[in-house]
Write a protein that binds this ligand. Structure first.
Ligand code: C2E
Ligand code: MG
Ligand code: MG
Ligand code: MG
Length: 288
C-alpha cells in the first residue's frame, strides 16, 4: 500500500488510480474500431405488466464484447463514451438496432432505449430516432426512451423542445432511476413524461426496510397523481412482486422476470401467459 509507506503524511503515487486511467485510455482508443467491428450489441430485459403478468416491453441494454479484454460493463464504458462524445455514435447504433429487433416481436411489445444527457447536447437525437423508425418501419408508439434526472438539471429550452418533439412523434418517455437524483417535482410535472421508473435500490430494500417501502408507495401515488405510469426496476422475488402489485405499480422489471437476453428469447417470452410466477422459473428454453 503506497499510502502507508509514506509515514510523513505525503501522498505517494497511487497505482490503482494510475491503472484505472490507463484502462480508460485503452478503452477510449478501442471503442470506435470496436463499433465498426461489431463488438457492441444489445441485450433486452423483459418488462412485465403486474396486473396481467404479460410481457409488455423490453429495455435495450448495451454490451461490449472485446476480443482481448472480454466483456466490458456499460457502467465502465458509457461514462468514457460520454466524455469523448462517442455516445452519439453508440446512440445511433442503439436506436437502429433496437427498432429493428422490436419489429420481430408482437405488436403489443415495446422497446425502451436509454438516452444519455450528452446525446441531447451533442449529436442529432431527433434525426437519429426518426431515421431508425423509418428504416425499421416500427410504429413510433412502440419505441420508449429512458432519460435520467441528471438530464433535467440544466432546464434548457432545447431539452424541453426535443422532448416535446419526441412526444409529438408518438414516442413514450420514461424517467429512469427515479429517487436517486434531485429533480424538483414542479419541474418534472411540466415535462412531457409518460412513465416513472423507480430505482432498484428502493425495490431491493422494500421487503426489509419500512422506509424504502414507504418511499415506493409515496412515489407511486405521486406518479399516478401526475398521470404517469410506474415501472419498478430490480424486482428479484415473488414477495416484491406482490407488494408492488398491491401498491398498484403498473409494471415490473428485474431478474425475477428475466435477465437481459437476446432479442429472439424476448420473442419467446411474449408467448407466455403469465410471467408473474417468475420468468426464469418458467424457463426460456421450454418456450423457445
Ligand atoms: P439502467 O438503465 O437503470 O438499467 C438497469 C440496470 O440494472 C441494468 O444493468 C440491468 O442489468 C440491471 N438489473 C436489471 N434487473 C436487475 C435486478 O433484478 N437486480 C439487479 N441487481 N440488477 C438488475 P446494466 O445493463 O449493467 O446497465 C447499467 C446502466 O448502464 C444502465 O442502468 C444504464 O444507465 C447504462 N446503460 C446500459 N445500456 C445503455 C445504453 O444503451 N445507453 C445508455 N445511455 N446507457 C446505458
Ligand atoms: Mg434504463
Ligand atoms: Mg434504470
Ligand atoms: Mg438503475
Amino acid at each position: 500500500e503506497a499510502k502507508r509507506v509514506g509515514g510523513s503524511g505525503w501522498r505517494a503515487y497511487d497505482p490503482t488510480s494510475a491503472l484505472r486511467r490507463a484502462r480508460s485510455r485503452l478503452l477510449e482508443a478501442e471503442m470506435r474500431n470496436s463499433l465498426e467491428q461489431g463488438e457492441f450489441f444489445l441485450l433486452y430485459q423483459p418488462q412485465v405488466s403486474l396486473t396481467t403478468g404479460r410481457l409488455i416491453g423490453a429495455e435495450a441494454l448495451l454490451r461490449w464484447q472485446h476480443p482481448v479484454l472480454g466483456m466490458i460493463s456499460p457502467a465502465e464504458f458509457i461514462s468514457i463514451s460520454e466524455a469523448n462524445g462517442f455516445i452519439c455514435d453508440l446512440g445511433q447504433f442503439m436506436f437502429t438496432e433496437a427498432c429493428r429487433a422490436a419489429t420481430g416481436w408482437p405488436s403489443h411489445v415495446s422497446v425502451a432505449v436509454n438516452i444519455s444527457p450528452v446525446q441531447f447536447q451533442r449529436g442529432d437525437l431527433l434525426a437519429d430516432i426518426r431515421a431508425a423508425l423509418a428504416k425499421s418501419g416500427l410504429a413510433p408508439n412502440r419505441l420508449h426512451v429512458e432519460i435520467t434526472e441528471s438530464i433535467l438539471i440544466e432546464r434548457s429550452e432545447e431539452l424541453f423542445a426535443t422532448l416535446e418533439a419526441l412526444h409529438a412523434l408518438g414516442v413514450t418517455i420514461a424517467l429512469d432511476d427515479f429517487g436517486t437524483g434531485y429533480s424538483s417535482l414542479g419541474y418534472i410535472s411540466s415535462l412531457p413524461l409518460d412513465k416513472l421508473k423507480i430505482d432498484q435500490s428502493f425495490v431491493r430494500d422494500m421487503v426489509s426496510d419500512p422506509t424504502a417501502q414507504a418511499i415506493v408507495q409515496a412515489v407511486t401515488t405521486l406518479a399516478h397523481g401526475l398521470g404517469l405510469k410506474v415501472v419498478c426496476e430490480g424486482v428479484e422475488n415473488a414477495l416484491q412482486c406482490e407488494m408492488l402489485a398491491a401498491m398498484r405499480c403498473e409494471e415490473g422489471q428485474g431478474y425475477f422476470f428475466g435477465r437481459p437476453q437476446p432479442a429472439r428469447q424476448v420473442q419467446a417470452l411474449s408467448a407466455a401467459h403469465s410471467l408473474l410466477a417468475g420468468g426464469e422459473a418458467i424457463g426460456v428454453s421450454a418456450l423457445a
